[in-house]
Design a protein around this ligand. Sequence first.
Ligand code: ADP
Ligand code: MG
Length: 327
Amino acid sequence: DLLISQIAAGEVVERPASALKELLENSLDAGATEIRVQLEQGGIKLMRVADNGAGIASAQLQIALARHATSKIASLEDLERVASLGFRGEALASIAAVGRVRLASRAVGADHAHQVLADGGRPGEPQPTALAAGTTIEVRDLYFNTPARRKFLKSEATEYGHSEEAFRRIALARPDVAFSLQHNGRAQHHLRSEDARRRIGALLGDEFAACALEIDESAAGLRLTGMSALPAYSRASRDAQYFFVNGRFVRDKLIAHALRQAYRDVLHHDRHPAYCLFFDLDPALVDVNVHPAKIEVRFRDGRAVHQFLYHALNKALAGRGGENPAA
Ligand code: ADP
Ligand code: MG
């Protein structure tokens, strides 16, 4: 039913940036090594994501746009250790409920590409189209059929800012993948496949990289890598707090607390610390609720995680911070 799907879509696709995040995650799940994003008017008028991933077979194109269609989870056991970014099978259906979608794809090994069109409702039949490889999805006129939602959007510049931030989070997590972002025809980011350090510099700025420490600590199956800035940076620049758990961007109280405490104890600096850190652990030790509107994590052993993060950062900061860590 169209109304119900529009209501559900309002939660999944809260704003253009939430749609962009879903589309980028789909491209990564498809194994893309290059992803190009074009936005117009903050993503409201047009959002196009083109990837070189595995593609979608023509017979699956309509299904991909249906609610609860996922190719990524076949059983409950899969759900326990989900390795893909998506698995709920509702993102494309939600986007198609509130925008005019063109989904074009050429599956690996297929002779031709096909596309389906959906205008806020059921997708039409697949038709042949031209596409060399991978998947290209276009979303036009987001919220064209839900004026209340559309009115709720902020200015084009604000929506673009949110979309760019969604792009930045994903691109930080996958420095091995090449990304580009265009807005209103102008190149905003052009990122080649590179190492994490270079990617952080490219996205958070040289200033961040210049006053950041490289971190690589591990203990008992937990690993923390990335860069953490010294206070000089936070005085000068924007808020930068990026934390990824097994490749997903998260904001979490327990994590923020451990990091803030390490900064405070070592550097006596308790304003917003700046960091871009990657925490990796056995997926069985963490529950990730990836409802698109919110990303929450629950660790099996929160205390152990807090201690590990605190000590890992404490050690790294103490090495360069010049001040005596609490013994
Ligand atoms: P989910 O990602 O949770 O499975 P989505 O609604 O985001 O659900 O996508 C539905 C399905 O469409 C995916 O499971 C996948 O099979 C297919 N799909 C979507 N985007 C792509 C893409 N860029 N490349 C290949 N397959 C895709
Ligand atoms: Mg998805």
